[in-house]
Design a protein around this ligand. Structure first.
Ligand SMILES: [Zn+2]
Length: 323
């Protein structure tokens, strides 16, 4: 439980239309990961929460908006990757009335995080895992709501539709804010750092991280989201983007490009190196053409983590794909 004698930190907030606020989850560096807080008629919901280290910032955001923890009805999780969901157990303990809304493939891992923790500890090593994520707290099963595709839920009368969207992960879902033509896309609609915005708008890239990336599923999920003609998407990395049709086009094209890059490197002696070099080349050219207002060094710095994770995801996909 939070020590009440420790003052809350100052959260970095972005205020958007329709009662939506982005809260910097302070994961890796500012501007990397955004949890969202949706307010409606005195009630509230979080969409994705970051890690345990994010929780004080989320509680501070509530306080900054004049909301009590009791006002939070939902913790909506797009998927159970730890940068999105790692802090959910700890946060739920601070929100007495909240229900945690999870995909059926994600729910078991939050109710008993043993496997999720063991898997990530193996990837990151115990020390780095501890530093990034801390102790993953379980969520009591009776406080978990397991969704089905197409289901609706209501935040004080504000309707959300839940879509199961495989492609980034099999346990991924998107929350459509039906009355406001926007949606919370987790990692299904790529990543788009605000530092790379140019006069042409947002720069976007797909996220193909291990271990469940599937290009055909990801394309189908993006097409499905487009069917709602959304005006804005709220991404975990990083918050609100508009001009959705152009961004979708770019994502669909890049997913094809990355699939082609992976297939072309399938028999290379160093697949990881070959894929990573080709992906960097692709992103460098796209960013240059888009007019991203950063140096090549800064671009490389900003995208380094995604480049590595995307490469690992494509290598894993090559090893496990059916054809
Ligand atoms: Zn993810």
């Amino acid at each position: 439980m939070r020590d009440e004698t420790v003052p809350l930190p100052t959260p970095r907030l972005l205020h958007h239309p329709d009662g939506i606020t982005a809260v910097d989850a302070e994961y890796l560096h500012p501007g990397h990961a955004a949890a969202h807080l949706v307010r409606h008629d005195g009630r509230a919901a979080f969409v994705d929460v970051g890690t345990n280290h994010s929780v004080p910032y989320l509680l501070a955001a509530l306080a900054a908006l004049g909301l009590r923890p009791e006002a939070v009805d939902y913790v909506l999780l797009t998927h159970v990757h730890l940068d999105h969901a790692g802090g959910a157990g700890q946060l739920m303990r601070a929100l007495p009335n909240a229900v945690c809304v999870l995909h059926p493939r994600g729910a078991p891992h939050m109710i008993d995080p043993t496997r999720l923790t063991a898997g990530s500890r193996a990837v990151y090593g115990p020390e780095r895992f501890e530093r990034l994520y801390g102790q993953i707290e379980p969520i009591a099963a009776e406080r978990v709501h397991v969704t089905h595709d197409g289901e609706r839920l209501s935040l004080a009368g504000r309707p959300f539709e839940i879509l199961h969207t495989p492609g980034h992960a099999l346990h991924h879902q998107v929350f459509v804010d039906l009355a406001h033509r926007c949606m919370f896309t987790g990692d299904t609609f790529g990543i788009s750092y605000r530092e790379l915005d140019s006069p042409a708008g947002a720069f976007i890239t797909p996220t193909t991280t291990p271990t469940q990336f599937d290009p055909a599923q990801m394309r189908a999920s993006i097409e499905r989201l487009l069917g709602y003609a959304p005006e804005a998407m709220y991404l975990m990395h990083y918050s609100r983007v508009t001009g959705v049709p152009r961004l979708a086009q770019s994502l669909l094209q890049q997913i094809e490009d990355l699939e082609r890059i992976a297939r072309a490197s399938a028999n290379a002696p160093d697949r990881h190196g070959a894929i990573q070099a080709a992906m960097w080349q692709l992103w460098r050219e796209l960013a240059l053409r888009h007019g991203c207002p950063v140096s090549e060094t800064r671009l490389a710095e900003l995208l380094a983590g995604d480049l590595e994770l995307n490469t690992q995801g494509l290598v894993h996909w090559l090893d496990t794909r059916a054809t």
